[in-house]
Write a protein that binds this ligand. Structure first.
Ligand SMILES: Cc1cc2nc3c(=O)[nH]c(=O)nc-3n(C[C@H](O)[C@H](O)[C@H](O)COP(=O)(O)OP(=O)(O)OC[C@H]3O[C@@H](n4cnc5c(N)ncnc54)[C@H](O)[C@@H]3O)c2cc1C
Length: 286
């Protein structure tokens, strides 16, 4: 298939890109890596009047340590995240996740801003944004606003971005945790996940001082499982804890059935992955 006709502009500043979005009056689309948008264009599932290519805007691709946060520019490619020493040291769960994002050719082009804005419920970076408690910085005609990841993802493939807003950067707070685990299951390596779980823990002696759990592939948006976290925070650490987490996670998600897997399978899988992830996290300091 070929896309429906569209105009194309390639502005060199964020401000000019926003002007183009405003001028398009809801009919404009940002083009970043094109790895999700171009297939949608080719299948004519989206028919924008104008494509606004942001790849020539300087200063949108960076990974920086700023105090207790890592700031990442919206045009930073998946491959850059995968290969960054700073990400490996400071956001190790992101490092572990990136090799699960599609294939190298796609990771060479796909961007973090595009992945978050596309908001696929089975995509790794939206889940990581929730897991780390990231803040998404969006710029529009009236300036910048900071959006908590938990407010950003509204539904499958839907965010709270206004039509004339552009994601410019994302801030990831560093976690003060001492063990983590990341587990994903897909039919073939590189496919979108059937289910995925990220876990981080902080121990206080034999007690679980803090726990963070995020999931994806098991709902219309990625999920931070705060109720599960609350039930295990402060609990004594013993050999039954991974199984307790598995049961809590399975009971707290409501996946949909689709051609890839039934809801029951995904619910069970989420529990199995949670158990594995917590076992790994606990082993880190054993
Ligand atoms: C075969 C295949 C397998 C894949 N598997 C996976 C996978 O396993 N996991 C995964 O996470 N992803 C996967 N992807 C998607 C890939 O990671 C995409 O790169 C990503 O979802 C979108 O990033 P992009 O930069 O290519 O965005 P684009 O395709 O350019 O844009 C996607 C959407 O976001 C909007 N947009 C882009 N940038 C911005 C911005 N800065 N501000 C506002 N709106 C913006 C666009 O207008 C468009 O609506 C796969 C893709 C393919 C083709």
């Amino acid at each position: 298939m070929k896309p429906a006709p569209f105009d194309y502009v390639a502005p060199s500043t964020v401000e000019a890109a926003i002007e183009a979005l405003v001028a398009a009056n809801g009919e404009g689309k940002i083009l970043a890596g094109g790895q999700s948008l171009v297939p949608l264009l080719n299948f004519r599932m989206v028919r924008p009047a104008v494509l606004i290519d942001i790849n020539r805007i300087e200063g949108l691709s960076f990974i920086e340590l700023r105090g207790d946060k890592i700031a990442i520019g919206a045009l930073t490619r998946h491959r850059a995240l995968e290969r960054s020493q700073l990400i490996a040291e400071k956001l190790p769960v992101m490092k572990a996740a990136m090799r699960h994002v599609a294939h190298v050719a796609i990771r060479n082009r796909g961007t973090i801003g595009g992945s978050l804005s596309h908001a696929d419920p089975a995509a790794e970076l939206p889940m990581l944004a929730l897991f780390y408690g990231a803040t998404i910085v969006a710029q529009g005609a009236s300036g910048r606003r900071h959006i908590a990841a938990e407010d950003f993802f509204v539904d499958a493939l839907t965010t709270c971005l206004a039509p004339e807003e552009i994601v410019v950067e994302i801030e990831f707070p560093l976690l003060a945790h001492d063990g983590w685990g990341f587990e994903e299951m897909s039919r073939r390596f590189g496919d979108f996940a059937l289910a995925c779980i990220a876990v981080a823990i902080r121990r206080g002696g034999d007690v679980l001082d803090d726990l963070r759990v995020a999931a994806m592939g098991v709902g219309d948006t990625p999920l931070r499982l705060r109720m599960v976290e609350d039930q295990l925070r402060g609990a004594a650490i013993d050999g039954s804890m991974p199984e307790r987490l598995a049961q809590l996670v399975s009971a707290s998600v409501s996946p949909n059935s689709d051609v890839h897997a039934s809801a029951d399978y995904r619910r069970h899988l989420a529990g199995v992955l949670a158990k594995r992830a917590l076992t790994t996290a606990l082993a880190a300091k054993a």
